[in-house]
Write a protein of this length. Structure first.
Length: 256
């Protein structure tokens, strides 16, 4: 075998090892912990959770709940990204908007998400709560990252643009956009995980008719602990899958 054909094979093996080794380690640790506890009501084993997940995969309930949750959280994340980007641009170009809006956005980021969930349950329908919560949690993250990016061009570069009499549109395209894009990408990726956590929490509290969070709540209520772990695994898998797809799309778009 030539070195040129051996290198890709070795890289694939190393990549596979990096994926499998942590999974085997943590599953083994989980199994040992379950054996030490000895009660599936407190901590089911990976095999019990896997068997329950396999059972759920054959039902319409899992797929309907997964699709409904996926739609709500993706929609909320997109709204949050759009709102955060608009706020970042507005607070960058307007001193008055920065004075008035920046404290509110910081408070929104610092406040406990459960407080907003409880309030919005009173104001909106159960199906709308996760969307609104995801948007509220994603927007401050995108705002802070993009705002930092818009402020990152050096004064010398801006002075050169003024000397060459570059208009606002050309400055935005050739100076601010290249500087802000890496920060925007980072904000989008960070907001995805936060949106999934807050969206799932909102579903647990407001229990929409079809939702993964609702199934987690009912599993906890009826002490179906293997089901609780199985539904949680579905949420984690969807979150990681969405993040991986977005990351790959950003990399293909030149975000490496």
């Amino acid at each position: 075998m030539t070195p040129s054909t051996g290198r890709p094979t070795e890289k694939r093996k190393n990549k596979l090892l990096k994926l499998l080794a942590p999974a085997v380690f943590w599953l083994g640790l989980w199994q040992l912990a379950a054996m030490a506890v000895g009660q599936s009501l407190l901590l089911p084993s990976p095999l019990q959770v896997g068997a329950r997940l396999w059972e759920l995969a054959g039902t319409a309930l899992l797929w309907q709940s997964a699709l409904a949750t996926l739609f709500r959280i993706v929609a909320g994340t997109l709204l949050g990204v759009a709102a955060g980007a608009a706020l970042a641009v507005l607070t960058h170009v307007s001193r008055l908007a920065d004075i008035l809006l920046s404290p509110a956005v910081r408070v929104l980021r610092a406040a406990p998400v459960v407080s907003f969930i409880v309030l919005i349950i009173l104001w909106a329908g159960a199906d709308k709560v996760p969307v609104i919560i995801c948007a509220m949690m994603a927007a401050p993250v995108v705002w802070e990252n993009l705002r930092t990016g818009l402020a990152s061009p050096s004064p010398e570069l801006l002075e050169m643009a003024a000397a060459y009499r570059m208009g606002p549109l050309r400055r935005a395209r050739y100076i601010y956009l290249p500087a802000a894009l890496p920060y925007l990408r980072s904000g989008v990726l960070s907001s995805i995980g936060l949106a999934w956590k807050s969206g799932a929490a909102a579903e647990v509290l407001c229990t929409p008719r079809r939702a993964l969070g609702s199934q987690i709540y009912w599993s906890k209520l009826y002490l179906e602990i293997p089901s609780l772990f199985a539904w949680t695994a579905v949420v984690v898998a969807l979150s990681l899958a969405v993040e991986a797809l977005v990351r790959r799309a950003l990399e293909r778009g030149g975000g490496k």
